[in-house]
Design a protein around this ligand. Structure first.
Ligand code: AMP
Length: 572
């Protein structure tokens, strides 16, 4: 197919008024394509030359692309770079500036050139990429050039989702959109749309025969939520519950020589876990695919640290120092493939048995803690234990549940704190400080510092910053008017705060606040050290509800009441 015809399809897809119209346009184009070009077109549609998990990026910044355009046009680099900057859209500049011509570009040629650009790396690659791109642009019509530039700079964004492509492939090659589930299954197992395109052209049998492959990420199974333990017992019956660890979910593949680690979004994150892979390599020698939660532990005590710690390892060059400061422990909870045999269609109990046999102890590895629970009491007991152990709660697993790749269903149900999504009670809090607003909120307050009252110490202890729930009127006029008279340069002596707001207030104004959850926090002083040493309590997702002028500051919610609320948000 000519690239021109492909580009015309993309333009129509962009204008399409419904998803169904998109599906039809794409299916028509797929049918017109020679078979070997269908997978290429599927990749290009997504602005790529390989599936995302391969991590093959173009490595062409907008400025570089603008320089290539200048080269193709024979114009001054600086001028074109400036023009692109002003327009903010490199595609639009290409459309305006490239000369109209009967471009003879073939889709395969464009794909091959783009792939070569992506694969080029190392010294001098920047210049080579630029020259190759310029040659391509020189042969392109304005519309073609615009699409090429949008692809290499990562700005294609047609709004065509995976599901739409699968549906179009089903319509094009199986004659029926409703056959999409067959394709979906193949996609969930391989995460590779172009591969699915290649299979669907060979017929339904080829799709049915797809198996997972070591090295290709399996789209992850996800957990549903239910309001509470009663509903979970009702839905699952007696089942296995596992501790829910709060780290990063990783899918680790090993083919006997090489490791791959994939994130929940199926990005290749192998380089982020050398220590985890080292541990696995020490105890395993046969191919496998497993899933684990990678949790940062305290280097001294071995205790689990909260999820945020994992983010400290997300740097380009992971140094020895970072590996020592943020050591990882992998809590393994799934095995999807072992030594040549895919296991995902086995029920949970059998997979877990295989996992337990497969597992070999190592200080950096553990099996997820599990327990068979038969009623609400056992479930909530195990839940409390999981929280005590530093976990987020439980993942409850249906004994006969297969591993449903790419699906969120009731075969796994998560059981977390604040499961109902909101605290049942609101809190009455005292405003003790504020940060000045920026942007739309300039001249007013951006957020307020709010506190509970501790009658034993006769002091106000901070619990949250509030920034949402206020109307424009509140922000522009009401709040400054109400709080202005209480403004002070220094912290009020009855206020205990670890945070340093821009302005302080005498504790006077009480406001009602709703929130989703109460959490432990090192930054707030409410009931500091009561639940846990070195931690106070804080609100998650707080929202202003109304002013409570009927309440004096001493009548605000007390810190002790918040401790009770904190405890009660966990089912007992
Ligand atoms: P959520 O992210 O809240 O939807 O909860 C599901 C996530 O919990 C999974 O994607 C895993 O990353 C994580 N998780 C932690 N422990 C387990 C476990 N034992 N089994 C399954 N998932 C777990």
């Amino acid at each position: 197919m000519t690239f021109r015809r492909f580009v015309a399809t993309l333009q129509e897809v962009e204008k399409a008024s419904s998803r169904l119209a998109m599906v039809r346009l794409l299916a028509e184009a797929f049918r017109e394509l020679p078979a070997e070009e269908v997978p290429l077109a599927v990749n290009l549609l997504q602005g790529r030359v390989a599936p995302e998990f391969e991590g093959l990026e173009f490595g062409v910044a907008e400025k570089e692309a603008a320089k290539a355009l200048a080269l193709a046009l024979g114009r001054d680099e600086g001028e074109v770079v400036q023009e692109v900057k002003q327009k903010g859209d490199i595609g639009a500049v290409a459309r305006e500036r490239l000369p109209e011509q009967e471009g003879g570009l073939g889709l395969k040629h464009v794909y091959d050139e783009l792939r070569a650009i992506a694969e080029d790396s190392g010294p001098g690659s920047q210049a080579r990429k630029r020259e190759r791109l310029a040659r391509l642009l020189k042969a392109a019509s304005p519309a073609e050039g615009a699409i090429i530039l949008r692809i290499v700079t990562g700005r294609l964004r047609l709004g065509v989702g995976d599901a739409t492509v699968l549906e179009a492939l089903a319509l094009a090659f199986l004659g029926d959109r409703a056959k999409k589930p067959l394709l979906e299954r193949a996609y969930n197992l391989t995460s590779d749309l172009a591969h699915v395109a290649w299979l669907v052209m060979q017929g339904e049998e080829a799709l049915r025969a797809v198996r997972l492959e070591v090295g290709k990420p399996v789209r992850m199974m996800l957990a549903e939520r239910l309001p509470g333990p009663e509903q979970i017992m009702e839905k699952l019956g007696p089942h296995y519950a596992e501790h829910k660890y709060d780290g990063e979910r990783v899918q680790v593949h090993y083919d006997g020589r090489r490791f791959w680690v994939y994130s929940r979004r199926l990005e290749n994150i192998t380089h982020q876990y050398p220590d985890l892979l080292q541990a696995l390599a020490e105890v395993q020698s046969r191919p496998f695919i497993i899933e684990a939660e990678a949790v940062v532990t305290d280097p001294l005590t071995g205790e689990m640290r909260p999820f945020q710690n994992v983010l400290n390892r997300k740097v380009k060059h992971l140094t020895e120092e970072l590996l020592e400061k943020y050591p990882i422990k992998g809590f393994v909870f799934e095995i999807l493939f072992e030594d040549g045999e895919p296991l995902i269609e086995l029920p949970y109990t059998q997979r877990r048995e295989r996992l337990e046999k497969w597992f070999k102890p190592h200080e950096r590895l553990a099996l997820s803690v599990k327990r068979y629970v038969e009623d609400v009491r056992q479930l909530t007991e195990f839940f409390d234990e999981s929280i005590e152990a530093g976990c987020e709660g439980l993942v409850c697993k249906k004994p006969d549940g297969v591993y449903e790749a790419g699906k969120r269903g009731f075969k796994w149900v998560k059981y977390k704190r604040g499961i109902a999504g909101k605290l049942s009670d609101t809190l009455d809090l005292v405003i003790v400080g504020a940060w000045l607003g920026r942007g739309k909120r300039a001249g007013s307050y951006g957020s307020l510092l709010a506190a509970t009252y501790n009658p034993d110490e006769d002091r106000f202890e901070t619990i949250t910053k509030i920034g949402s729930g206020f109307s424009d009127e509140d922000l522009g006029r009401v709040l400054p008017q109400r709080l202005g008279p209480y403004r002070r340069e220094e912290r009020h002596p009855r206020v205990w705060s670890l945070l340093e707001p821009d302005v302080w207030f005498e504790p006077a104004q009480v406001v009602e606040v709703e929130a989703q959850e109460i959490t432990l926090s090192p930054n707030h002083t409410c009931a500091f050290g009561v639940v846990k040493e070195g931690r106070g309590l804080a609100l998650r997702f707080p929202r202003f509800v109304r002013y409570r002028d009927d309440k004096s500051p001493e009548e605000a919610t007390s810190s002790a009441e918040v401790v009770e609320m904190y405890k009660n948000q966990w089912p007992s």
